[in-house]
Design a binder for this molecule. Structure first.
Ligand code: UDP
Length: 243
């Protein structure tokens, strides 16, 4: 039997909060949580080191919440960071139910429930095959978990940033509204920035460009896709330098 070796040693997976509940839903639900944990555990079993950044949009996004409740933006953003902690804690346990050890490391001090983020310690966990869940984003307001994902990918020297979404990749128009929208197989960092394609925050894209970290945007709702992308199949949209 030939054992397929993944081309990556270490990847960073950014999971948008909305992946943890059915479309239009709120909070965490068991079925998506278990399914995502199963996919990550199966992919880690290939021998790939996986660090995960969870978003918090299934609970709240600071920008909207500040407006709705008349809160200071920084306060709403801290609340958003706490939402990412909720997702990370749940995913940690779900991963362990699938037999994969995991550790939450938080950018905000929450020492009773997770370790503080520590790059060298993160790398040690990863080397031991543990999935590291990077909670509370960057620990700073006014940015999103996309920026956190790019920063940590650079810091942990991940070879690939996997951006899990609810669509198959990056399109030239909104596929939910335009049935003729075309998906790109490959776009350059400059195209994403210049055409304002909705991949990640511009600053996150710029950071990936600066450190030459390729990004693959893919659909986490399709079973088995995470593992296939990590094995090098050309799925989703790849963002990188000019081909
Ligand atoms: N957030 C923040 N700083 C960070 C990461 C996140 O302030 O470094 C806050 C921000 O309010 C954001 C919310 O946490 O809207 C949830 O994260 P995000 O919107 O990135 O979640 P996603 O859309 O990926 O589910």
């Amino acid at each position: 039997m030939t054992v397929v070796q993944p081309p990556y040693r270490r990847v960073l997976l950014k999971i948008s909060g909305e992946a943890f509940c059915p479309p239009g839903g709120f909070g965490l639900q068991r079925e998506p949580l278990d399914r995502i944990a199963g996919e990550i555990a199966e992919t880690a079993a290939l021998g790939v080191q996986i660090a995960v950044v969870c978003g918090g949009g299934n609970y709240l996004r600071g920008a909207n919440f500040a407006d709705e409740l008349g809160l200071d933006r920084a306060t709403a953003d801290y609340m958003g960071m706490l939402a990412t902690v909720l997702n990370s804690l749940a995913l940690q346990e779900a991963l362990e139910r699938h037999g994969r050890e995991a550790r939450v490391q938080s950018a905000l001090p929450i020492s009773r429930i997770g370790e503080p983020f520590d790059r060298r310690r993160s790398l040690r966990h990863l080397a031991k095959g543990r999935v590291v869940l990077l909670a509370a984003g960057t620990g700073n307001p006014h940015v999103t978990t996309d920026s956190c994902a790019a920063l940590r990918a650079a810091e942990l020297r991940a070879e690939l940033l996997l951006k899990a979404t609810k669509v198959d990749g990056v399109y030239d128009a909104d596929p939910a509204r335009n049935p003729h929208a075309q998906m790109y197989a490959h776009v350059t960092y400059d195209e994403v920035i210049d055409r304002r394609l909705r991949v990640m925050d511009i600053s996150a894209t710029e950071l990936c460009q600066q450190y030459a970290i390729p990004v693959v945007v893919f659909n986490l709702f399709r079973p088995g896709v995470l593992k296939r992308v990590v094995l090098g199949e050309p799925l989703g949209t790849r963002v990188g330098p000019a081909k």
